[in-house]
Design a protein around this ligand. Sequence first.
Ligand SMILES: Cc1ncc(C[n+]2csc(CCOP(=O)(O)OP(=O)(O)O)c2C)c(N)n1
Length: 354
Amino acid sequence: MSKNSAVQKRHSVLAADGTRVAGVQSRMEEEFLLEALGWMMKSRLYDQRVIALQRQGQFGVYSPGMGQEASIIGSAMAVDPARDWMVPQYRELMATVHHGLPLEVISAQYLGKIGPARIPEGVKVLPSQVSIAAQLPHATGLAWGLRLRGEDAVVLTYIGEGGSSEGDFHEALNLAGVTQAPVVFFLQNNQWAISTSRRVQSATPSFSLRAAGYGFEGIEVDGNDVMAVYDVVVTAVERARAGGGPTLIEAVTYRMSFHNTTDNPSLYRDPAEYQEALRRDPIERVQKYLAGLGLWDQGREANLTDELRHEIDSALEAAVAAPLPGPSDLFDNIYAHPPERVLRQRAELLDGQV
Ligand SMILES: Cc1ncc(C[n+]2csc(CCOP(=O)(O)OP(=O)(O)O)c2C)c(N)n1
């Protein structure tokens, strides 16, 4: 965790076989860990369900979070939805649900239902971002603005290791360091940027080391260990809230599925690498640990899976029932004060005069 060392220690609480790392305490214990497991399972079940729907032509192009559930949920649980902001990329969908964005609203977005996909008032989540790294300057600006207003809020933003090669990454982290903005940059190193391997993405031994160049703390964590992820993010959030400035966290994880539903990883990924990733599954790890404590068994798993499937189906049914966009949706919610030219185009289209 030192700022200048070229060798970065990786924080870890729960080993891949579900045993505790000796001598390491965690702030995420039993009941809270069970809650985290439920969210991780929901993330995976939703991925599986909507991939099946996409294959049937009933859902839009989708980027699953499979394999990254510990990073997605452990980080989300470390911020307060009532006051903190989340600035996502596109793969941490269930983190935004944890932060208050209803699953049916997200599902409506993938069905092209523009109105029902609007982020509800009071939900402190920015729209998901597909232009790589473009969310980061927004995150820094938002955090700096909150600080200037005297609010005690923190911004948690997400980026992939591929996104860290973009200019926006440098600009956002540099400004955050200079302004001491209360922002946590959560970099999910899932080893692949579509078909570009981490090996050719950067020569740095750890993406977290880059923080030193911006004058703040960089931490590397086992991104498949939900307890460790929660611990490092909650510490970074507390520091930011107390005026201690930004943190860059690298969560070392693995993208167990494809980049998105248009991708085929078997064209570029070694099958042995995938087999090794299965051994490090973030969900099974927690289940094994909790089973060892007598808090998890097949019966509990079956009951929770049923409950979560029902919740997911209800959200999807609501999204399917939501109205399709009409021509006015092309214009609505774009400008606070639409220019005359846009108002004229709207009137022409709606009156059928084009
Ligand atoms: C500015 C920009 N360049 C290229 C793309 C195409 N693109 C989409 S996802 C992606 C890879 C991103 O990889 P990474 O940042 O590691 O995130 P991951 O998808 O693995 O979560 C690329 C190159 C884009 N969307 N935006």
